[in-house]
Structure formats: structure tokens, C-alpha cells
Design a protein around this ligand. Sequence first.
Ligand SMILES: [Zn+2]
Length: 702
Amino acid sequence: MANLQMKEAALVYLDRSGGLQKFMDDCKSYNDSKQSYAVYRFSVLVNPSDVVELDAELGNHILHHPLKAAQVFQSVCFVAVKTLSLIGQLQTETQISIVLKLTHLPALPSYSLDLCEFPLSYTSRRFYTMQGIVIAMTTVTKYTQGARFLCSDEVCPLSKGFQYIRVHVPGATESATVRNDFLCRLCASSLQEDRKFRVLGDKQIVEIITTKALHAFQGDCKKQPFRYQSLSIFLRVSLRCSMLVFRCERGIKGEKGLSQNAVLIQCASLASELQELPASPLDHLALRLQNFCHFYFLSVPSGISDNFRCLLSLTSASCWKFTAVLANVFASQIIPPGTYNLLKLCLLMSLVQTSNGNRDPQDCLDILIITSDTLLVDRLLNYSMNLVSRGIRHPVSTEVFPTVSRNKYGTGAVSIQAGSALLAKGGVCFIGDLTSHKKDKLEQLQSVLESRSITVFIPGKKFGDDIDQQMTFPVQCSFWSFVDMDSSSRRTVQKTSALIGQMDCSLIPANLVEAFGLLINCNESSPCHPLLPTVQHTLKKAMEPEGLLYLASQEFTTEDFQKLLAFAQNLNIEFSLEAERMIHGYYLASRRIRADSIHGSKLSASALKYLVSLSEAHARLNLRNKVLKEDVLIAALLFEMSLTLKYGASAFCVAPNALFPFELYNEEYLEQRDLYLTQCQQQLQQFIATCGPGTALFSTDE
Ligand SMILES: [Zn+2]
């Protein structure tokens, strides 16, 4: 009786939710195809809250005994097929396979699975939600969803018809579906599969780790050693659904695992969303891969601290003072205020250009630092990287870019491990000393910096496949790296620079240096490096590691900076017309002046993107949503300083200390700096007027 009542409720629910209409449409396409299958699959979208309200028992079944609930829907659907003659070919109820797709699960702790809490519940065969970071995924392979078996004895009545249907159920191994030792229950002859009725589905295995595991990549050596184990998830849902797993980053686990740490997940998805996806499997794959490694971000409070608010209003008359003070006091936990201000400004600008949303990957600001002070620079970068949601310090023992290997599940699929760069999606990937990477890896890095994507080749021969495959992943992070100029072995090969201001970068391939948007010189001899405060800082830190050395560290805490950056990252930026003109003017003038008749211009087309990104970053850091020509000036100065290090000085002569010409101690100095920068602005305009061709007009061909 209870079962009958549930079936009635299921029918009422299907009717009310529009599920019945969808089911009939699906039946129609099966019927129209005239093809006969062992199994006819239907997905039913279920909103558990609605069902619970309609019939508590059915609701309870869906949430806690989904396989039984699917059976209820199965028999309702079979009755519908028969009474309405929906599919002519369909003969038995077992040929109907129902996949329940839940819109959501109750927001209660018992419905979510914390990957850190062991042991996981392997015995309950129901749905859970879980969250994590995808660190590896396999290619998509086929598995048997359903098969038809026939009795091998021709006189047996079961040698015909659809009496022996095997359907893959969630959590089962594939050998449970198709085997050769099944016997006829009537005559005990062996059963044989009728292969032309076999129904294949797509399968993919992804490895996920808990978001807490990100600490492992943040390079904090003070933390205790730890170990995170990845969890293998078998996606057996259709391509369209597993796509959504990545898109919404939400999987609902159902049923018992395949092996001890493998669970099968089913996806709660909205049919309307699915229909927007392109049709070909390759497109699905491409789309899914784009979402590789996306993960949940905890909501970051976007409020700005009172001290920053106050500072902003005090400096509101100037476009340069606020960011100057920010750079000055930033990371006072690591280095004394006033040290390496130029580098700190660039780091802040790079940080605000990261985004966990879907911003253009071209917005990234990569930084290469030439330094003899690797210890402090390394510490500073490590500290800065951790201020955004995803800062990954590349561990030396692993790969920066995705690698391909045979997967360990014996499914013939190829496993792709993410690598640091993809894990850093929407954040910063700090790859340490550039010269510690091998030549071929540097070539790979250069191509990634230029194209913002990485293509992984999967040679068919090597992995037992007929065809070669390749997959392309977008690389959406900013790369930070440094080169140690102080290593004694390198000193010997250094040559004297031929051009004023040019750095000897012969250690690194010139094209790679070019690919980094910003090259920064950060040495004791460079500006902004008062030696004495650094020594004092180091000594004080050694005596009192946790002590706050400066007032600035109290007034502007690490957390304050985190909030400020989060706020700035989310600003929608637009360009003022004069800012746009100035960027183009400087770009064209610079291209022209750094060109020779043989090699053409030294400036690549990406220079324009960097200038745009730098200008945008400075406006963002000012918490403004409009880029002004003052922001473009900072961008142009930074870029020109970088060009000077690469190729020597040009007609737009920029001093190495142009951004911080004086030490910043009080308001008077800030005022002087503003005056100095105003002069620079005039010089820039002069430079554009004399060297840029037709700069008043927007030149589209360049
Ligand atoms: Zn038989």
C-alpha cells in the first residue's frame, strides 16, 4: 500500500513539476529513432523540498534511499510508456533506467561530506554534497550502462525477448554489469550478451583534495608537517552533467564507493542550464576543461578598515599619494617601511589584478625580479602571495604545468595532473628562482606567458589509443619569479652592459624576459633600499619574532590589506578617453623609438595589454573604478623602467627611482613626489607628441 501511495505521489510530482512532459518528449525521441536498446535512460529532475511537502515518505526515499526511489519512478514511467504507447520497442520495466537528479540537498551538516573527516561514511548509499579542488582528471572513456543477455539454449523461451537486462547501478563495478558467467534461471544454460543492444555511457575520474590543502602550497614553513590525500571520484553521469560538476563546483555523492576511497557522484543539475551547452562531445570537453581546478572561494568580507578609509580621504586630492603610502607601509611584518617600495607597489598591483571571477586572463601582471637580495625578496613574495585567495608557491619537486600519465584505475584513460599553474587559477603562482628551472620548462613558461594557455599532448601510441589527443587549458594566474644575480658562478659570466640602464640578463633567454610584463631591479644598490633599517629589522625580528616593530604594522594589518585587495579586485574598471589616448600614444611612440630596420620593434603586441593592465591595476589600488591619465603615467613609468632594464634607456628617459624619488616619511615628501610626477606627466606628453605618429587618433591597425 505504501508503495502504491508513493507511486501516486511520484506521478503527481512528475505532472506538477513538468517532469512528465519532459519524460514524454524523451520517449518521443526514442520512439522516433526506431532503434531498439537494452536500456532506455531518463533523467528526472527532483526538488527534494517539493517532494517532501507532497509526500513525506517519497521525499525520505529520495534523500535516504535513492535507489529505491528510482525504482518507484521506474515503475510509474513504465506504466506511462505502456498506457500511452510512448515507445513501441520497449518491452519490459527493467529496460527503463531512471537517474534522479536533485536540485539541491538540505543545508544540514549530515548531508555534506568533509574530505578532512575520516572515516568517510562508505556504507550509506545516499546523496551528499562535497567541495574540493580538482587536482587531476582523466580523459573521458566509455563504460557499459546497460546490456541485454539471452539464453544460449535456442529452445528456451528466454533466448528471446528482454528478460535479462543488466543495468549499471551507482557504486557498482563495471564487471557487475557485463560478465560471461551468468546462467539462465529457467534452464541453467549460460547467458550470452546481445552486443548490438549495448548502451554505452561516458566515464571520467577526477581527483579532488580539500580546499584546506591549499596551505600546503602557501610556503609557510612554520606550519607542522601534514598530509592530504586526494579522493578519486568516478563521474558516470552523461557529459552534460559532469560538465556541470565543474561549472558549479558542486557534486552530490551517491551510493557506495567503487574502491575504498572512490565514491561515485551524481550531479544535481538544472535542465535549463544544461540545454545551453554545445552539442558535440569535444565542445563539452573543452568547456569542462576550462573549468578545471576551479573551486569554492570562501566569501571574503569586502569592508575596508577605518584606517584605510581615513587614509583614502586624506589623500583624495591626489591620484598618487594613496598608493604611495600603501606601498610604503605594505608588508612591514617582513621588511621595514620604505624598503623596496617599487617592488611592493608592483606586487600590490599584480595582486589586485588577480580575480576569482571570470575576468580576462590577459589582465594578469607577471613580475620578474632581478635581485641580489634573494632572501628578503623571497620572503616578501611569499608573504604577498598569501594575501589573495589562491596564492600557490610552486614546490620544487613538482611540475609547474600539467603532466600526463597512465591512470591507476585500469580504465585505459589518461590522467592529467594539474600542476602549480592551473592550481593557481585566479591567483598568483610563485615559481621561485627562474634559473632553477630546466631549459625546456622555461621554453614552456615563455609560451604560456605569451598565449595564456597550455596545450597538453596525449600521444595515442604511448597510452594505447589509436589517436593522438591534445587538450588546451587556459592559464589564469600571474607568475612571479626572481633571478639571483649574486650567485658567484654568475658573477663571472656577467658582462659590462653596453647601454645605459640596461641590466645583464644573459642568464635567462631574452624572449623569456620579454614575456614577463614587468622586470624589476631590486638590489642594495637600487633605489628604495635603506640598508640600516633592514639590518635593524632583521636583528629585532631575531630577538622577538612575533613582535610588531612599527606603528604601521598595527595601523595597517595583514588582514586590512587582504580586505583592501579583495575590494579592489572586484571593482569594475572603465577607461577615461584621455587615459585610453595616452596608453595608445605611449605605446605607439615607444614602439617606434625602440625599432630598428632589421628586427622591427622590440615591443611586442602584448606590451599594449600590459600597459592597459598596469593602468587598470593602479586605478584599482586607488579604489577607483575609472582609469585616469595619472594611472597611465604610473603604468608608463613602470613599463619604461622595465624596458630600460631590458634594452637600455630611450628618448623617454626615466630614472630608476622615478616612482619613489624621495623617501616617504611625511606629507611634505608626498607633496614633492606629486610635483615630480606632474613633471614626469608633462615629459610623457612631450614624448608622445614628438615620437608618436598621429597619436590624437585611435589607430586600430596597431
Ligand atoms: Zn534458458
